[in-house]
Ligand binder design. Structure first.
Ligand SMILES: [Zn+2]
Length: 323
């Protein structure tokens, strides 16, 4: 399924194939992909030259001259393909743009979850789907902002990251991969993550995206894993296979109606390494609390306690990894 890296690659391919080319003819079927619009709405693109492509999360905005635009979301199975005009059309074509260089761009989408929206660039930029997007993680994830966003929800970390308002472009694959890389259990409440864990997660989101871009970038259209394409991912689609980190069996659970793949050994449910913290250190801190007469004094011990785990984190983590 296309997520940020796959859409980024699609936008690079479209730029290579069509930037600076004029659209000579447009054909759009009456399909779910253009829901809410008539095929005629796309006719205005004929005669326009593609001058740019912007990508935000999983959304692309194709910019044509004289202020016209085309939003493209690939949904689950959408793909842009290029062929020569004389070559036979591929299957499941929902829209076709003929180009001035005799090339043809076909938008194919067997399952019809994709979107094509034509209009003025100004109107398209203000489209609710684009306006609702959080920051795009390709240029780097702001760890402090991510921490703040996660603090605001009690949903699971998996579901919070699936929300395009948290970060734009992550989906089932890259949320699962990032959580695995960051050793975070997908069912942890989002607001249970510490600043350190959010920072770790931010780095691994960047890493997961970078990895997918490197593994999949090229001139050929991507064959999605669901279509039988090669699976380059660590845990995605690998239930029952050994975890690449520890050899334990990768599990599959369902969250928000979607599969989550993870390793229960590498991604323990408990926050941080709390269970293996020395009990003796935590207890005296608690015991001191009732003795403090003023309410204000209750805060310093609480802070001290939350700092203690961070300092001792390295020690308990090491034996856990050897398992
Ligand atoms: Zn593992």
């Amino acid at each position: 399924m296309p997520e940020l890296p796959e859409v980024e690659i699609a936008s690079r391919q479209l730029r290579a194939w069509a930037l600076g080319r004029r659209v000579t003819a447009v054909q759009v079927g009456k399909t779910r992909v253009i829901r809410g619009q008539t095929p005629e709405a796309f006719a205005a693109l004929a005669g326009r030259t593609l001058v740019g492509i912007e990508r935000r999360g999983k959304w692309m905005l194709l910019l044509f001259d004289r202020g016209l635009g085309l939003i493209s979301h690939l949904g689950m199975t959408g793909k842009w393909l290029r062929r020569e005009r004389a070559a036979p059309a591929p299957k499941h074509v929902r829209a076709t743009l003929e180009l001035s260089d005799k090339g043809v761009l076909d938008y194919t989408d067997p399952r019809l979850f994709g979107r094509l929206i034509a209009g003025s660039v100004e109107a398209l930029r203000a489209h609710p789907s684009l306006a609702a997007l959080g920051p795009d993680p390709l240029g780097g994830v702001d760890a402090a902002r991510l921490y703040q966003a996660l603090q605001r929800t009690r949903r699971s970390i998996k579901e919070a990251l699936m929300d395009q308002g948290t970060l734009a472009g992550l989906g089932n694959i890259h949320v699962g991969e990032s959580l695995h890389r960051a050793a975070l259990h997908p069912e942890r409440p989002a607001d249970s993550l510490s600043r350190e864990e959010a920072a770790l997660l931010a780095r691994h989101i960047e890493e997961s995206i970078r990895f997918a871009l490197e593994a999949q970038d090229g001139p050929e259209p991507i064959k999605y894993v669901e279509e039988g394409g090669e699976n380059p991912f660590l845990v995605y689609g690998r239930a029952g296979e050994p975890c690449p980190g520890c050899g334990s069996e990768i599990e599959r659970i369902v969250q928000g109606g979607r599969s989550t793949f993870f390793c229960a050994n590498c991604q323990p449910r408990t926050a941080g390494r709390r269970p293996s913290l020395p009990q003796a250190k935590a207890k005296p801190a608690k015991a001191k609390q009732p003795k403090t007469p003023a309410k204000a004094r209750a805060k310093p011990p609480a802070k001290a306690r939350s700092k203690a785990p961070a300092k001792t984190r390295q020690k308990p983590a090491a034996p856990a990894k050897k398992r």
